[in-house]
Ligand binder design. Structure first.
Ligand code: ZN
Ligand code: ZN
Length: 352
């Protein structure tokens, strides 16, 4: 069996479990390569069982080293009725994925269950070479799309139109799709970190925040740049300079051993000391098969960075009602320092 399954097995004793039940679809995919919305993987000491419903049974048959068990659409209900017969207990399950109803279904025949959280997510946070290669390719596609955007006229176009244009540019550059719904936030909307691009027309004297990333071979990229439209009012130009400085300070401190809260604090302190704006979100997050993974970079995060993590560094400066700035890079944590994957310029770039 592959090395990822072996790493998970290696953790069984520490959990006090005989079997690990994986139900988060991204975790199943990480461990087996099997891509399905409805599957349960049972990793026992000596065998691996994959239960999935009829839609996926054929593709499950192509996964090496697993026993395929055709299950009902309600996979947890199906498992709950026979868990004790299939594998040895106690069975650790993913407490950050299984719902209360799912837990009830799994407990139906009284098999001993143990909640475990962040187990496979923890394994996933350190990327292997093939994963790093996919993330690098996703980032290159993303950078190429931003380079196209830099030459594109946007004044008078709506946020939604620009978001759609950028999604097509990602495709043209080789993305399998967007890694998440693209954010284009202009004028006062740029003060809203999770704005959905709408019908607002982009105009002069404002900032436009563009947050986008390509999905390539299952791996995500994540990048934000803030553009100027025409001449910016002083406070937005100041917000840009502050955000860039805070972003670069935090970025320079990315290294194995740094904690998520340390890094967050570097950018947060710099922005708060300016008195320009409060800090309204954490500094960043891990990225991989999913757009939000471990480690987490925010206040009180005890996550410790390790070589091979892929994280974002994305402070924002938001002036309520007037506009905002966010700058986000995707970086690989390395022994020799951070490897920045999103290389589009951070000089203030003006769009027409
Ligand atoms: Zn982003
Ligand atoms: Zn992000």
């Amino acid at each position: 069996m592959n090395d990822r399954i072996e790493r998970l097995r290696g953790g069984l004793d520490g959990l006090g479990a005989a079997t690990f039940l994986v139900t988060n679809p991204a975790n199943v995919r990480y461990l087996t390569g099997f891509d399905s919305s409805n599957a349960a993987l049972l990793v026992a000491r000596d065998r691996v069982l994959l239960a999935t419903d009829g839609r996926y049974v054929e593709s499950a048959g192509r996964v090496d080293g697993v026993e395929v068990h055709p299950a009902d659409r309600d996979v947890l209900g199906w498992l709950g009725a026979r868990l004790g017969e299939l594998v040895e207990a106690p069975v650790a399950f993913e407490a950050d994925t299984v719902t209360v109803a799912g837990h009830e279904a799994l407990s139906a025949n009284g098999t001993a269950l143990l909640p475990a959280s962040r187990t496979v997510l923890g394994l996933r946070s350190v990327k292997d070479d093939a994963e790093l290669d996919a993330v690098r390719r996703a980032a290159r596609v993303t950078t190429a799309a931003y380079e196209r955007l830099a030459r594109e006229p946007v004044v008078g176009r709506t946020e939604a139109a620009v978001a759609w244009w950028l999604e097509q540019a990602l495709h043209d550059e080789g993305a399998d799709g967007p890694a998440f719904p693209i954010i284009v936030a202009s004028g006062p909307n740029a003060a809203l970190p999770h704005h959905h691009p709408g019908k607002r027309e982009i105009g002069p004297g404002e900032t436009v925040i563009v947050d986008a990333g390509a999905l390539v071979d299952g791996y995500c990229a994540d990048c934000t740049r803030t553009f100027a439209i025409g001449q910016l009012p002083d406070e937005l130009a100041q917000a840009y300079a502050l955000c860039r400085s805070a972003q670069e300070s935090a970025l320079a401190a990315v290294r194995p051993g740094a904690t998520g809260s340390d890094l967050d604090g570097i950018a947060r302190t710099e922005i708060e000391a300016s008195g320009l704006a409060p800090v309204v979100h954490g500094l960043g997050h891990g990225v991989g098969l999913e757009i939000h993974e471990l480690p987490v970079l925010r206040p009180r995060s005890a996550d410790v960075l390790a070589a091979g993590n892929v994280v974002t560094v994305e402070p924002g400066v938001y002036l309520a009602g007037r506009g905002g700035v966010r700058i986000e890079d995707l970086v690989v944590v390395g022994e020799q320092g951070p490897e920045v994957l999103t290389t589009f310029t951070k000089e203030l770039w003006t769009l027409n």
